[in-house]
Design a protein. Structure first.
Length: 142
C-alpha cells in the first residue's frame, strides 16, 4: 500500500444553477456522496452546500483520476436524488472546480466547506473557491 496525502477541495453547481438542493435533497446527496466515496476508497472530510452548489473536502487515492472521481460522485448523487425525489428532475452542471490543499490547511478548508450556508449568508465566501464552469448553454449533465 502506498502512503499518500492528496487533498482536494471540489465544488460543482446544479444544472443552470437552479436552487434545487432543499434540506431533503441535501440529505440524499450527502448520503449518496459518502456511500460512493467509500466505494471508491475516497476519504471525505467535509461536505457543505447551498441551494445551487456543493463543496467537498476529500482525499482521492492516486489510482483514481480526479475527473473520474467527480464523474462517479456526481452520477451517484444525481441518480439517488432523482430516484428518491420524483418530480424534481435534478441534475448537475458539466464540470467542476478542483483545488488542492496542504495538510496544514486542512482544518481551514474543512471548516470552510462545512460552513457553506453561514459563509453565503454572511458574505464571507472566498470567490476563488466558489468557481465552477457556469455555462448557461450547458445541455449535458452528469
Amino acid at each position: 500500500m502506498s502512503y499518500r496525502r492528496l487533498y482536494y477541495h471540489l465544488v460543482w453547481a446544479t444544472y443552470r444553477r437552479r436552487p434545487t438542493i432543499t434540506r431533503d435533497v441535501e440529505r440524499s446527496i450527502h448520503r449518496a456522496l459518502r456511500n460512493k466515496a467509500r466505494e471508491l476508497g475516497v476519504f471525505v472530510y467535509a461536505i457543505g452546500n447551498v441551494e445551487d452548489h456543493i463543496h467537498l473536502a476529500l482525499s482521492i487515492p492516486p489510482t483514481i483520476a480526479v475527473a473520474e472521481c467527480v464523474r462517479h460522485l456526481k452520477g451517484a448523487s444525481s441518480y439517488t436524488v432523482n430516484r428518491e425525489h420524483a418530480g424534481i428532475d435534478f441534475a448537475w452542471q458539466t464540470g467542476y472546480g478542483a483545488f488542492t490543499f496542504s495538510d496544514r490547511a486542512k482544518p481551514i478548508v474543512v471548516a470552510y466547506v462545512r460552513n457553506q450556508k453561514r459563509h453565503h449568508r454572511a458574505g464571507t465566501t472566498h470567490p476563488a473557491l466558489e468557481r465552477t464552469p457556469d455555462d448557461e448553454n450547458d445541455e449535458y449533465h452528469e
